[in-house]
Design a protein around this ligand. Structure first.
Ligand code: RRO
Length: 311
């Protein structure tokens, strides 16, 4: 029997798959569907201090090779997700991750303090990479601001936690970001990658942008970002042997999940494919990954994780 379980900072997931924050996780009914699915964990929508409606629609559209979206951080406010985390049945379900995305460092501090005070077994994923709030550049591309945020948040959180990073496109940036991450010992995992920010999709016939917010600019996800995601997973896996990488980007079948793990990922999140297929995707992915591993003679994900060969 092939074993597709994993563990993230000491917490066991029955399988490597869960949702990418933002998909199937804003409201309690969606989170319940994630609990009932065959996912190995679940994560909540990135929370801000106050509830937000997000950007005007249309704000998500599937494309031939993935999707474009500019949701604008719609969420119920951190107190909603804190209440959810307080009522979550940790021993009977699966690991719960909470995504936080303060619009300022002060907001992030307040949210983190509330979760720390509640002393829950959920894990925090701090989102440094929302590309879709009009007028707000993302923290992930300002390395000094990211360092300052981690210097404030890591000691407050105390326990192991993670950050969600944007994709990087330059070797020098991989080096710089890895050097920042290396400074914080309880920064346990990096989730790579968020959507590729500010793409533009245009309808050829009507000569019109496909989504409404920001004159049509939005984050690119799905198949078209697989190779960028694999490079980021592998770049940080190589540079940060003491930390874990959660891979996200372009996973639609067991094959892409296998590639993420081969590149170094310890778990794999699903975004666009979950949007398109719904939570039934997890049963299929479990089966496909297990079949690939069986065919290749791997019994556990540690048999091949990070074992990418180069020429
Ligand atoms: O809500 C969004 O528009 C959003 C967020 Br917070 C994020 O981190 N990544 C993304 O593609 N969209």
């Amino acid at each position: 029997m092939v074993d597709i379980s994993t563990s993230i900072s000491g917490t066991t997931l029955p399988n490597v798959f869960f949702n990418a924050s933002g998909v199937w996780c804003q409201h309690e009914d969606e989170l319940q569907a994630m609990v009932e699915s065959h996912s190995g964990a679940l994560i909540t929508k990135s929370a801000t201090l106050a509830p937000r409606q997000g950007n005007p629609s249309p704000r998500y559209l599937p494309l031939p090779l993935g999707s474009i979206s500019s949701m604008g951080l719609p969420n119920e406010g951190y107190e909603y997700y804190l209440r959810y985390a307080c009522s979550f049945n940790y021993s009977r379900t699966k690991p719960l991750f909470i995504s936080l995305s303060g619009l300022s460092l002060g907001d992030s501090v307040k949210m983190v303090e509330a979760f720390v005070a509640a002393d829950l077994p959920c894990m925090l994923e701090i989102n440094f990479s929302c590309p879709n709030v009009p007028g707000k550049p993302q923290l992930g591309y300002d390395f000094e601001a990211m360092d300052a945020a981690l210097a404030t948040l890591a000691p407050l959180i105390k326990k192991p936690f993670g950050i969600k990073l944007p994709p990087f496109f330059d070797i020098a940036h991989f080096d710089l970001v890895a050097a920042v991450c290396q400074k914080y010992s309880n920064l346990a995992f990096l989730t790579c990658v968020n959507s590729i920010g500010n793409g533009l999709a245009i309808d050829f016939e009507t000569e019109t942008a496909l989504i409404k917010p920001k004159d049509g600019y939005g984050g690119l996800s799905g198949a078209m970002i697989l190779n960028t995601a694999l490079a980021n997973v592998n770049a940080f896996y190589r540079r940060l042997p003491d930390k874990q990488i959660i891979g996200v980007g372009g996973v639609a079948s067991g094959k892409e999940a296998f590639l993420h793990i081969l590149a170094g990922a310890s778990a794999v999140q699903i975004g666009t494919q979950l949007m398109e297929e719904g939570p039934a995707v997890f049963e299929r992915l479990n089966k496909e990954l297990a079949e690939i591993m069986a065919a290749k003679g791997y019994n556990t994900i540690e048999d091949f994780r990070g074992r990418l060969k180069t020429l």
